[in-house]
Write a protein that binds this ligand. Sequence first.
Ligand SMILES: [Mn+2]
Length: 284
Amino acid sequence: MMDFFLDKNLILESNCSFKDAEFAILGVPFDSTSSYRPGSRFGPLAIRKELLELSKPESFFKKRIFDLGNVNVVHGNLRETNRRVEETLQQALRENPRVVPIILGGEHSVSYSSIKILHERYKDLQVAHFDAHADLMDDYLGEKWSHATVMRRAKELSIPGSKLGDADSIKKAYDMGIDIVQFGVRVVDESEKKLQKTLKKALDPGRKTYISIDMDVLEPGLYPGVETPEPGGLTFQELLGLLKPIKNVVGFDIVETNPLFDKGDVTSVTAAKIMLELVLNSGK
Ligand SMILES: [Mn+2]
């Protein structure tokens, strides 16, 4: 692998060569657009550390997992950070077209890049989006590129030219865009409602699926280590129950883990456990 944008200061050992890997972990320690309590830049390291400590079933060690390291992000510059994530993922998929990328955030805005690159590869890609927030704003406080706008930007990816005119063309374009199915969303801004209504309500089991998990989908009373806590979230068991039936997973991310606001590392432990479960669930 080209290492130009990668910080290889790792604590996980890869158990295979990159070409043979079924899964590739890529950390993106970026949190510059966080609007409440930043700190998810420390997520990728904390999640890896807890993955080491978790008890793992025998079947886990049969999986071939390669840790690519962390992207050298540019704090304060989401667009350049996204570009580096995209370049890294493109190269990774060129060298190993079957690998399933696992993105560890970092804030939610980094999911745009993995969705973009996987959508280039799989035209029928659909996104399973787990979050307390809809993340469908067109802009947040005037900023188009933000954790709060990421799913709208993703939705626009498959719209030719991304130029939206009258209401009819907007509707048509969104009907054509990447299908996003949301789970656990309990905060929807007035400006998001129209677009949210057009989203599909269920995943298509036959299509390639990308899973994006914002850790604030969980109940913050139990898992407080997030950037934007919102009461009324899912339990871990409820989340697993929603993840289990999802098939054809071609990539996933776990974002918004914030070790600075965690209690006893429980949110990082849980993020690591979710990664473990998804690896076990999405094997070939
Ligand atoms: Mn989010």
